[in-house]
Design a protein. Structure first.
Length: 551
């Protein structure tokens, strides 16, 4: 069961809010739902643009979780037609701030002390205000300049209620529109809903910030320092970083864009390292979460969505990256199947051929990766019943969001070629002599539990040999295909044996001089047995052909 399903809202009633949302949807031309156009026919482009603008206005009017849903969906042009994505990309990220008296009361409840006792200075006017939280500049008693992220009062219960309504609405839309079912809109919305519910707990975000900050050395990407002693479920205190987000730079035609390509390369380098080496990565790198500091150095903000990869998945990713750099499609296929075995009965050889062709055409030299590329790969693996781990899919989604951000900021930026070069550099760095000692130590530490148990296991084996009770169990026919093949062979051997016996008996009855006093006519019986033998042999032959084709 998903997080959104487990945490259905109880505090706020759904019916009045649902009625309000219906009015908003009708006022902006979104009802009836069957009139909405999610297709790609060029003739309907103007209608889709008009409907998409109505959706943008409706989401902004609804506020809260609805704005957040629209913002994250704007990066998924594999789910929505271009007209819808373009309108959602214009959703306001800066909204009217919550009244200061309400914010101050929340701060005092969360910190357990008056604002003036904790902060030397506190700007009542926020530097940024979004649908879920707003950020204020402040100065601690120690003199440190900090950013205080405060959850909008009452938004916790509102988000839980709105996420529940949003999921119900998308399920109804998916029941009406085959395009949404084909694109798994319900599943994608469920993932976003779960992610949004996690983001409203700032204690989790403080842990994410600390994890990314701990691995930030050497990435040249700024991550603000956290103040966990001042952070609670609804308040997060971190280092204040001055600068402009990519969203602001994109919206300002007069903005200085010099150095943006170097900053983009730094962000890509950090993301590749986070996924393949460190295992903790920022999973929501949309334009509003990447900031350019006055020095030109990029920095990350908003750490509500951070993914983690376990060591096994990380090592599989590294193996596939090395194979990709060497254009070894066979090893990449091995890596995919190691993470998620193919469906029993599926044609593994066909999958390897089709996947190899996909890699050459979609990820080969000169190719340009985008969200459609990731979606095409997802369709391919699903066709063969392969279900990659959820954390692997989340990392791919994070890469797709970053791709959308860079495409909006620098349309000519070649993400695939840049990522390929960066991965090669980072792998060479890992194999440098200075790092070989650490890698060897990691391998030795991983082998210590096995080595520690080895003497005891050898002693048990030698004791069993001395007593003569050593037994070895071998799991034969563990693969379903082997079991099917063996069953076919047994069936064919038995069928052939019965056919031979019937044929010999029939021949004897036909050629041997038997008396006429037998209960059955020997010639008729011999003919029946001979015919049965021929039918059985024909059936065995057909079975042999089918078995060979199915291997």
């Amino acid at each position: 069961m998903s997080l959104a399903s487990r945490e259905a809202p109880k505090g706020l009633p759904r019916r009045p809010r649902f009625t309000q949302l219906i009015r908003i949807a009708r006022r902006n031309g979104l009802l009836p739902w069957r009139r909405l156009d999610f297709g790609t026919d060029p003739a309907g482009s103007d209608l889709r643009a008009e409907q998409a603008e109505g959706l943008r206005r409706a989401l902004e009017e609804a506020g809260g979780a609805w704005v957040k849903f629209g913002q994250v969906l704007s990066t998924r042009d594999d789910v929505l037609p271009p007209e819808w994505g373009a309108a959602l990309a214009q959703l306001q990220r800066q909204v009217a701030p919550a009244p200061w008296p309400e914010v101050r009361a929340l701060l005092q409840r969360e910190l357990g002390a008056p604002v003036g006792d904790v902060f030397l200075e506190f700007d009542e006017e926020p530097v940024a205000a979004a649908s879920i939280a707003q950020v204020h500049r402040a100065v601690l008693v120690s003199g440190a300049e900090v950013a205080v992220k405060v959850q909008r009062p009452g938004v916790d219960a509102e988000v839980r209620r709105d996420v529940d309504i949003a999921l119900r609405t998308i399920r109804r839309l998916a029941a009406v529109y085959p395009e949404l079912r084909r694109l798994r809109a319900t599943e994608i919305a469920q993932q976003y809903g779960d992610d949004l519910l996690r983001q409203i707990d700032f204690r989790r975000e403080a842990l994410n910030l600390a994890a990314l900050g701990a691995q930030g050395a050497g990435t040249h990407l700024r991550v603000p320092a956290a103040f966990p002693e001042l952070s609670t479920q609804r308040v997060l205190v971190m280092e204040f970083l001055p600068g402009r987000t990519l969203s602001e730079l994109i919206a300002d035609p007069a903005a200085d864009r010099s150095g943006l390509e170097d900053a983009a390369r730094t962000v890509v380098s950090a993301f590749v390292r986070q996924v393949a080496i460190d295992g903790v990565y920022h999973a929501d790198l949309h334009p509003g979460n990447i900031m350019i500091l006055p020095s030109g150095e990029p920095a990350l903000i908003d750490f509500g969505s951070v993914g983690r990869l376990d060591r096994q998945t990380r090592e599989a990713v590294q193996d596939m990256v090395i194979a990709y750099l060497q254009e070894d499609t066979q090893t990449i296929s091995d890596g995919i199947l190691a993470l998620a075995p193919i469906r029993p009965g599926a044609d593994e050889a066909a999958f390897r051929r089709e996947f190899g062709q996909f890699l050459v055409e979609e990820l080969g030299p000169g190719a340009r990766v985008d969200v459609a590329t990731a979606d095409a790969m997802a369709v391919l693996v699903r066709r063969y019943g392969i279900a990659p781990p959820a954390e692997f899919v989340a990392a791919a989604r994070g890469f797709a969001i970053l791709e959308g951000t860079l495409r909006a900021t620098l349309p000519s930026f070649d993400l695939l070629e840049t990522a390929r070069d960066i991965a090669s550099e980072q792998l060479q760095e890992q194999l440098a002599p200075a790092n070989m000692g650490r890698l060897a130590a990691d391998q030795v530490m991983g082998a210590l539990p096995v080595l520690r148990r080895l003497p005891r296991r050898l002693e048990r084996i030698s004791g069993a040999v001395e007593r003569g009770d050593l037994s070895v169990n071998i799991r034969v026919l563990a693969d379903r295909r082997d079991r099917v093949l063996l069953a076919a062979v047994v069936r064919q051997v038995l069928g052939s044996g019965v056919a031979v016996v019937a044929g010999v008996l029939g021949l004897l009855l036909l050629v041997l001089p038997l008396g006429s006093g037998a209960a059955l006519d020997p010639h008729v019986t011999g003919s029946v047995l001979g015919g049965a033998a021929l039918v059985l042999l024909a059936a065995v032959g057909v079975d042999v052909v089918r078995t060979r084709r199915g291997r």
